[in-house]
Design a protein. Structure first.
Length: 116
């Protein structure tokens, strides 16, 4: 288990939660601004690409099985977001993602341990 970085995995869990809510918001968009929908869709798509890139990079540079464990952990931890969604709303999480997920993206790559 020494190849799993709790800091990196925590940041990935937060990152993927914000990306999920942006994807959800883009899918169920009911606003009038097509420019905002375009920006939201771009952010959601880039977030998805970063998620996949992170998992591939982690598996390639640390240990091959780690991405599977990270994905399983993030799915379990992601269930906590349900309670946060009930408190603040899915829209608030999606909008906060424009500022917050780039920070978590940087941090999750920053805390990847060096190869073993």
């Amino acid at each position: 288990m020494g190849s799993l970085s709790p800091a990196s995995i925590s940041c990935f869990c937060m990152f993927s939660t914000f990306v999920y809510y942006q994807q959800l918001h883009a899918r169920d968009f009911r606003g009038e601004s097509q420019l905002f929908l375009f920006a939201l869709s771009i952010f959601a798509f880039v977030g998805m690409v970063v998620e996949v890139g992170y998992l591939v990079y982690y598996g390639w540079h640390v240990v091959w099985w780690a991405p599977f464990a990270i994905l399983a952990i993030s799915l379990v931890v992601g269930r906590v977001a349900f309670f946060v969604e009930k408190a603040v709303g899915a829209l608030a999480i999606s909008l906060a993602g424009f500022v917050i997920w780039p920070v978590f993206a940087y941090l999750m790559f920053r805390y990847i341990p060096s190869g073993i």
